[in-house]
Design a protein around this ligand. Structure first.
Ligand code: GLV
Ligand code: GLV
Length: 334
């Protein structure tokens, strides 16, 4: 009997057809509407494998409704939408899609940094709304990127890829991370600092950590107060890492100069959100990895993980590989 799989969003047909070859599939057929929770609760009761996106909350309550579920394949590198410990408790493998989106996300992060520093979006709006009267010495002046100090909080794959780009702009590179990375320091000329030094000395602070209980509101009032008045904060990681109320206050009062945000505490960010009233914020709808090539690679990699797990192989990117050991000892006991 073919394993049963539920796919929580309409995927490109080239990906769906690969899964359909070996699985019995059902799919939420919408592209721009997420699957309602009650539908997911109903579907998950029947399936062996779930293919989901970061828009779905896969928590313990949901997993308790899934007696046969073996794998949750997330089409994202981040997996804060999944209660991994609950999956592990139930012997359910969780997988993600690291690696394939590293360079694309670093591209977007640097683009957002540049757009924010040089007021690209604001300037474009200025022209189109008929405000451009003449060239003027200090009109729409921003911050220099070349030669500035970049502070990277969280030096994972994407953080390193960002550092490589920044090197080409002759930036001084600081980083803070749970563990030091001497190899990256040597290769890229990065300096390790404590968090306080990074915040005090950086012209650009980029948040690049995973979102976990430890990084929840990592940047709040106290941290923003340490930053330079001309500093720019960039977040392409996850919304909850930065406290949005504190960021709003800091941007309004001029504690920092500007922010570029691709991610928010609530997505989509409500249109009446105070941050959207500020001219010194550049906001994007969570498009870090959104290139055609990379999104297809992510979709295929999530399919690979799903199919490998369902066929009893070790998937390429398990988030909780301890489940594989549990299952093996279970198999040996039988
Ligand atoms: C996107 O935010 C991802 O985690 O892949
Ligand atoms: C600006 O356009 C300049 O020529 O300085």
């Amino acid at each position: 009997m073919k394993p049963k799989v539920y796919i929580t969003r309409k995927l490109p047909e080239e990906v769906v057809s690969r899964i359909r070859e070996v699985c019995e599939i059902r799919m939420w057929e919408e592209e721009e509407v997420p699957v309602p929770r009650f539908v997911l609760e109903n579907e998950i009761a029947k399936i062996d494998g779930l293919y989901c996106l970061l828009t779905e909350t896969i928590d313990r309550t949901l997993l308790e409704k899934a007696p046969k579920l073996k794998v949750v394949s997330n089409m994202a590198v981040g997996y804060n939408n999944i209660e991994v410990s609950a999956a592990t408790d139930r012997g359910i493998l969780v997988t993600n899609t690291p690696g394939v989106l590293t360079e694309t996300t670093a591209d977007l992060t640097f683009a957002l940094l540049m757009a924010t520093a040089r007021r690209i979006v604001e300037s474009s709006g200025f022209l189109r709304s008929g405000q451009w009267k003449t060239w003027s010495p200090m009109l729409l002046t921003g911050q220099d990127i070349h030669g500035a100090t970049l502070g990277i909080i969280g030096l994972g794959r994407i953080g390193e890829a960002l550092a490589r780009r920044a090197k080409g702009f002759d930036m001084r590179l600081l980083y803070h991370n749970r563990s030091r990375k001497p190899d990256a320091e040597n290769r890229l000329g990065l300096e390790y600092t404590d968090m306080e030094t990074l915040l005090r000395e950086s012209d650009f602070v980029c948040v690049m950590t995973p979102y976990t209980p430890e990084t929840h509101n990592l940047i709040g009032k106290a941290q923003l107060a340490l930053m330079k008045k001309n500093a720019v904060l960039i977040n392409t990681a996850r919304g909850g890492i930065v406290n949005e109320d504190d960021l709003y206050e800091a941007l309004k009062k001029g504690t920092i100069w500007a922010a570029g945000l691709d991610v928010f505490e609530q997505e989509p960010i409500p249109l009446n959100h105070p941050l959207l009233t500020l001219p010194n914020v550049v906001t994007l709808p969570h498009i870090g990895s959104a290139s055609v090539k990379t999104r297809l690679k992510m979709a295929h990699l999530a399919a690979d993980n799903l199919l490998q797990a369902l066929s009893g192989q070790r998937p390429a990117h398990p988030v909780n590989p301890e489940v594989l050991k549990q299952n093996r000892s279970l198999a040996l006991r039988q």
